[in-house]
Design a protein around this ligand. Structure first.
Ligand code: AMP
Length: 550
């Protein structure tokens, strides 16, 4: 028997419409690239989003078209999130930290029709210019007074909006309509696209505040340091308006002192981002001997939060939560709320309970698969690769059948590449990483791509890239190599040789020469053994030199 209930499509624009109605006084504070602080309410944001949708229509954007962004966290970027999706097109957020090669691949693969960029990224666009797709129109996210001289033809965002009506007949879209596109780096080869839908995005936005309860309070302020160009800023562009919180957008300045100033001035209650950023803020907190006024809640994810970081923030009275997730999961899969039985636990017990990757969020199912391919018990002991299933998990990669085939098991579960254990309460502990990637400052570097590029140098016969711990960046890549002859190229030479294919920050920090590489039983390079052999190793920057160890 069917239920007799209405079926209204879940739509992204409805979250902003709701915020404008229910929380009209709340809105967005943005540290702008132009250098000032800008404020607007959700009512104004909805009106400007309507103007944007009119302008996009005038520019010929149709349903399903991809509209790209290269922008920091700010109100104009948020308007694109809602305006593009609201009219039925797809908001494609691009990560400017990727190499030129990867950026060009992504823009071509997505088939972007328009690209909106912050002033900061004009030089980047100029570098990409010769290889951009023909017909890609460019819009700079600023007003006429700040429009720069450029080597490309560009429209001005504020001019586009000016004169357009501040109301838009938002279409009723089927809820499975594509709304957003975000590429994530693969273990090897080109980045892969996660194509979100209105339904997946709204369900994710409803689920997160339900479990991450400490962070969401109407009338409070939340700071997404996690970028809108990477993993949808963990859903905050949706969850904040939906729960009546004002978004404080940091723009490009993410160093400790800048964040401290912004948080203090705006009385930020909750802040979200990767450990690298919180290490910088912690240094400033310790220098000042206090936290920014009003700051009480920190959500850390993207990489494991070190125990000392959790302890330090908690000692300053800030509640720390760890969350785990993936671009492919919209992205949140766990939350950091402790079960009620911890309410009266000692600080040590609470901290120990926080030193894991969080507990399973509603809407995401976990399956731990052992080496033998069998599901493992959720007993906190058994280890295996984590597979996930849920309404906000991708069902395939955008126009990439090969990557899709590799990512799912026969029952349709998505393989995360994280090696984990899960206990009976859904607590997730990340034990290892099956995917051969280095995570530096919350961004990925493919070990395999680095190895292939290094191997194309005639001085290297065999090599492996391993992740080594770094207090600020979490991990940095180190190249372990066997020389092809007597002449050993320097690290600088190898980096120059590889530079064409990578962003500077992706290149290895050190080069270690070895006689041979250890192999596994199946003849693969054993990175586990290399890492074991490198126990106690210290990166060049930390020991005060420039690399090239013997
Ligand atoms: P991304 O798609 O870039 O967000 O990367 C997702 C991956 O980041 C996960 O599969 C994990 O390997 C890693 N990750 C995310 N959150 C955490 C966390 N709290 N602890 C450890 N690793 C994490």
């Amino acid at each position: 028997m069917q239920g007799q209930m209405m079926h209204r499509p879940l739509q992204i624009i409805d979250m902003l419409r709701y915020a404008a109605q229910a929380f009209g006084q709340e809105g967005i504070v943005s540290a702008r690239v132009e250098g000032d602080l800008h404020r607007q309410s959700y009512v104004q944001t909805l009106a400007r989003t309507a103007k944007l949708a009119h302008a996009l229509t005038r520019l010929g954007v149709a349903r399903g078209d991809r509209v790209a962004t290269l922008a920091w966290n700010g109100y104009r970027h948020l308007e694109l999130y809602y305006g593009v999706a609201g009219m039925g097109a797809v908001c494609h957020t691009i990560n400017p930290r990727l190499s030129h090669e990867q950026l060009l691949y992504i823009i071509h693969h997505a088939g972007d029709r328009l690209l909106f960029l912050d002033l900061t990224f004009v030089p980047l666009l100029e570098a990409l210019l010769p290889d951009l797709p023909e017909g890609l129109r460019l819009v700079i996210l600023t007003d006429r007074a700040h429009m720069p001289e450029t080597r490309f033809e560009a429209l001005c965002y504020e001019e586009l909006l000016a004169g357009e009506p501040d109301d838009f007949p938002w279409p009723e879209l089927p809820e499975d309509t594509a709304s957003g596109l975000c590429y994530t780096s693969g273990t090897t080869g080109n980045p892969k696209g996660a194509l979100y839908s209105h339904r997946s995005t709204v369900l994710h936005a409803l689920q997160v505040p339900l479990c991450q309860t400490a962070s969401f309070r109407a009338g409070r302020r939340v700071l997404p340091v996690v970028p809108l160009f990477h993993v949808n800023a963990w859903g905050l562009p949706y969850t904040a308006p939906l729960s009546g919180m004002t978004l404080v957008m940091p723009g490009p300045n993410l160093d400790g002192p800048s964040l401290f100033r912004l948080m203090e001035g705006e009385e930020v209650f909750s802040a979200w981002g990767v450990p690298t950023v919180w290490a910088g803020l912690l240094a400033e907190i310790e220098a000042q001997g206090r936290v920014p006024r009003g700051f009480a809640d920190l959500v850390v994810g993207g990489s494991a939060a070190p125990r000392v970081m959790i302890e330090a923030y908690e000692a300053h009275g800030v509640n720390v939560s760890q969350a785990w997730g993936m671009t492919e999961m919209s992205p949140i899969g766990t939350h950091g709320t402790l079960p009620p039985r911890y309410d009266h636990a000692s600080p040590e017990e609470r901290i120990a309970a926080k030193c894991c990757a969080g507990r399973r969020a509603f809407g995401v199912e976990f399956k731990v698969v052992g080496d033998d391919g069998r599901p493992q018990p959720h007993d906190g002991e058994a280890v295996g690769e984590l597979y996930v299933r849920g309404n906000s998990v991708i069902s395939g990669y955008f126009k990439n059948e090969e990557a899709t085939r590799a990512a799912f098991d026969d029952e349709g579960w998505f393989g995360t590449g994280d090696v984990v254990s899960v206990d009976a309460e859904g607590r997730l502990v990340i034990r290892d990483r099956a995917k051969d990637l280095v995570k530096s400052g919350g961004e990925w570097i493919s070990s395999i791509d680095l190895e292939n590029a290094a191997l194309s140098h005639p001085g290297i016969a065999a090599c492996a890239v391993v992740a080594m711990p770094h207090p600020k960046w979490d991990e940095r890549p180190v190249l372990v190599a066997v020389a092809a002859g007597d002449a050993r190229p320097t690290l600088a030479e190898i980096r120059d040789h590889m530079a064409e294919h990578f962003a500077q920050w992706q290149l290895p920090d050190d080069l270690i020469w070895v006689e041979d590489l250890p192999l596994t039983a199946t003849g693969k390079v054993s990175k586990l053994t290399i890492r074991e052999r490198m126990a106690g190793y210290v990166l060049p920057e930390l020991r005060g030199d420039r690399g090239d160890s013997a």
